[in-house]
Design a protein around this ligand. Structure first.
Ligand code: NAD
Length: 362
């Protein structure tokens, strides 16, 4: 099969669908790989790195779309990309169709077979192609929060690890899933005093086990939320109710009980945010202040670290990508987890949640 990787064109997207390392794997499986010139520039991989890995470098995206049997990307196709997709071609990328009727119409009209990273499942009920970005965002949340906590950046001027003779800073993590776990790891690593709040007792048990006494865990009640937010220097919002908007766990009223210059990092902002006063920000202007509390609400946090993010994403997507390249559509028949990723096929929506969200028949 000929596998194509165009350069990402969404604003401020620096990741790439195939790293040179992934190209080598496709080539080793007997596939041809066509990569648009400059596709890896955002992660420091130039055209020669791709040639060395066995790819052919194409001058234009149009060339990649026209000549490839399968397109591997990162972000959902943009309008001038979806018009280049066609019947019989496979698209393998993040799609997030539910809130995007225009893109859905474009993909349906193209006839493409579109497999969405975010709906591929695994045996443990997880979303393995989404998890690496939650790992990145979780780890980054503490870096971002610690920076915002510095006086010159508007924060209250606390060093998370403290120093001998001075207490460490306090970090409260709301939601102990993938983001929350990785936020807690970084905060513990910096020497902070960390509390994780979750509404799942089995999850709290698991976190208590793996952190072996180095974090406090609390069941999610209004009382626990107030106590832990009012005493925190950083609060990380990392809750998720699958398919629903994030619950507003911290209300505007609660801000008045928080320390001046403390920091809210709302990682759940892509689901609407879990603080009432959150609104999405960008890497160019990541923070703003409400009632003396600094808010960091960047919706695409992994975009700040594209080198790490692109490699983590490729690690997660490579196996299924190779299956699609090796077997074509039969890969979807053979593996029900990969089939859960199938969102659109020959002008029809094939994922129930997406169809219901957009009001299509299945
Ligand atoms: P996850 O499903 O692994 O974890 C969510 C956790 O929230 C679960 O443990 C659940 O029990 C807990 N929870 C749900 N309701 C709660 C409540 N009322 N009180 C306390 N805990 C509650 O999800 P995840 O992968 O960790 O993702 C968390 C959020 O981060 C999602 O909204 C995700 O989309 C977002 N995210 C954002 C970025 C970004 O760049 N901003 C990147 C990756 C992920």
């Amino acid at each position: 099969m000929r596998v194509g990787c165009p350069k990402e064109i969404k604003n401020h997207e620096y990741r790439v669908g195939l790293t040179p390392g992934s190209v080598r794997e496709y080539v080793a499986h007997g596939h041809e790989v066509l990569v648009e010139t400059g596709a890896g520039a955002g992660i420091g991989a130039d055209d020669n790195a791709y040639r060395a890995a066995g790819a052919t470098v194409a001058k234009t995206a149009a060339d990649v779309f026209a000549k490839s049997d399968m397109i591997v990307k990162v972000k959902e196709p943009q309008p001038n990309e979806w018009v280049q997709l066609r019947d019989g071609q496979i698209l393998y990328t993040y799609l997030h169709l539910a809130p995007d009727p225009e893109q859905t119409k474009g993909l349906l009209a193209s006839g493409v077979t579109a497999v969405a990273y975010e709906t591929v499942t695994d045996d443990r009920g997880g979303l393995p192609l989404l998890a690496p970005m939650s790992e990145v965002a979780g780890r980054l949340s503490i870096q971002a929060g610690a920076t915002a906590l510095q006086k010159a950046n508007g924060g209250r001027g606390v060093l998370l690890g403290g120093v001998p003779g001075v207490l460490p800073g306090k970090v409260t993590v709301l939601g102990g899933g993938v983001v929350g776990l990785h936020a807690a790891k970084m905060a513990v690593g910096l020497g902070a005093d960390v509390t994780i709040i979750d509404r799942s007792i089995p999850r709290l048990r698991h976190l208590d086990d793996i952190f072996a006494g180095r974090v406090h865990t609390r069941y999610s009640t209004v009382e626990a939320l107030e106590e832990e937010c009012f005493s925190a220097d950083i609060v990380v919002g990392a809750v998720l109710i699958p398919g629903a908007a994030a619950p507003k766990l911290v209300t505007r009223e609660m801000l008045s009980g928080m320390k001046k210059g403390s920091v809210l990092v709302d990682v759940a902002i892509d689901q609407g945010g879990c603080f009432e006063t959150s609104h999405a920000t960008t890497h160019a202007e990541p923070t703003y202040e409400v009632d003396g509390v600094i808010h960091y609400c960047v919706a695409n946090m992994p975009g700040a670290v594209p080198v790490t993010s692109a490699h983590a994403l490729n690690n997660a997507t490579l196996h299924h990508g190779l299956q699609l390249a090796d077997k074509g559509l039969k890969a979807l028949v053979d593996d029900h987890h990969l089939r859960n990723g199938l969102n659109v096929h020959k002008g029809k929506i094939t994922n129930r949640a997406v169809a219901e969200a957009l009001g299509y028949e299945m």
